[in-house]
Design a binder for this molecule. Structure first.
Ligand SMILES: *Cc1c(COP(=O)(O)O)cnc(C)c1O
Length: 398
């Protein structure tokens, strides 16, 4: 499977993806596509990116054998890809450093971004600080209240947080606002998108900056086990950490790939964030993909205990991989995720992000019925220090 031939089909993954954007944004989109295609093959750019990923982000992240979890479950052998150990505590920085370096090559002076939980805003503000960009982050007013700590972090890093008052005052409104702002300012401004979503070429750009997770994993498992894993598991919000770890394994059919969506209170309720398992095809954020919508096509608000999975769509490549049956998409409830969060913390001394806990939860379900020589790699996309309050609140309400 050659996912790169999507370039020749105007950025489509099968019928998904594309560029459902205002005509006025087309030139900006072409400019980015050209700059990215030149940069990805440019030695100097790759050298810079590798330097910052090593010296600033702290790559490569370890692939850790979870011995006690494996013993407890008495089934498959479980490895954890430790993206939680990156600078700023998650995989998102891989992408923002890449896009910021691209913006630098394009001689832009300002970065803008949308953020929901604030994690992508913080990762963008961090990249802006180290490279000296001015930075404006669009954030729903409601989210600003819920994620006050991240708002403070962004200010501390020198970014400006712009409250969005329209609609439900959450992520989807912030995305619309950032896109609108970009139309007026694209001459000097680069729009940093936070997941493998949005109009072409963003899903490809984000995938290419995140696939280092999978490339390292492949090399590390070959060193440790002398073979490829049997199963790779990752959580799916917009889908960037998942596509990042899956990409190098997609051509090898013997490696089973599982994406875990957030089932919130359950798929049978309206309170979930499972765009593939519980949504329908439509258009969001400039791209055709599975998303959560009402009967008459209005975008729904997603719910998950983990703020980072609380996105009503999914990157278009995942929709395509789902239809092709190359990746299996499952879902995990808030309750299962919290239990997995507690279990990994207690048994391995690793506090996973609530997002990543969804991938851990599915692993805990699947591992016991698999043989001892079955190797699972789970992507621990981020660390859970940020989630103490959510977990404690959940436990006290129970
Ligand atoms: C944002 C976030 C996610 C979800 O985003 P993807 O694009 O689906 O990876 C997952 N894990 C963590 C730790 C996050 O911060």
């Amino acid at each position: 499977m050659n996912t790169d031939n999507t370039n020749k089909f105007n950025g489509r993954f099968g019928k998904y993806g594309g560029q459902y954007i205002a005509e006025t944004l087309m030139p900006a989109m072409s400019e980015i596509e050209t700059a990215f295609n030149t940069a990805r093959n440019n030695r100097e750019f790759q050298k810079d990116l590798t330097f910052y990923l090593k010296e600033f982000v702290g790559r490569p992240s370890p692939l850790f054998y979870a011995e006690r979890l494996t013993e407890q479950l008495q089934g498959a052998k479980i490895y954890l890809k430790r993206e939680d150990l990156n600078h700023t505590g998650a995989h998102k920085i891989n992408n923002t450093m890449g896009q910021a370096l691209l913006a630098q090559r394009m001689k832009k002076s300002r970065l803008i971004a949308e953020t929901g939980a604030g994690q992508h805003g913080v990762a963008t503000a961090t990249a802006a600080a180290i490279f000296g960009f001015s930075c404006d982050v669009y954030m729903g007013e409601e989210d600003m209240k819920r994620q006050e700590e991240n708002v403070k972090r962004m200010y501390m890093l020198g970014a400006k947080v712009i409250p969005v008052h329209s609609g439900t005052k959450t992520l989807k409104d912030a995305m619309n606002e950032a896109m609108r702002e970009w139309i007026a300012t694209s001459d000097d401004t680069f729009y940093v998108i936070g997941s493998a979503a949005g109009p072409h070429p963003y899903p490809i750009i984000v995938r290419e900056f995140q696939k280092i997770i999978g490339e390292e994993t492949k090399q590390q498992i070959l060193e440790k086990e002398n073979r490829l894993p049997d199963t790779v598991i990752a959580c799916v919000g917009g889908g960037s950490n998942a596509i990042g770890i899956f990409t190098p394994f997609i051509p090898t059919d013997s490696v089973k790939l599982i994406g875990v969506e957030a089932a919130g209170f359950g798929l049978n309720t309206s309170q979930h964030a499972a765009s593939i398992s519980g949504g329908k095809v439509g258009i969001l954020h400039g791209s055709k993909t599975y998303l959560l919508q009402t009967e008459d096509g209005q975008i729904c608000n997603a719910h998950s205990i983990s703020a980072g999975l609380d996105y009503p769509g999914v990157g278009p490549e995942h929709s395509w991989l789902h239809d092709k049956h190359r990746v299996q998409y499952v879902s995990v409830t808030d309750e299962e995720a919290v239990n997995a969060f507690l279990e990994l913390t207690r048994i391995q001394g690793i506090i996973p992000a609530l997002e990543s806990s969804h991938a851990v939860a599915h692993t805990i379900k699947a591992a016991p019925s698999l043989p001892n020589n079955h190797i699972i790699v789970v992507n621990v996309s981020g660390r859970g220090d940020k989630d103490m309050q959510s977990v404690n609140q959940y436990l006290s309400e129970k």
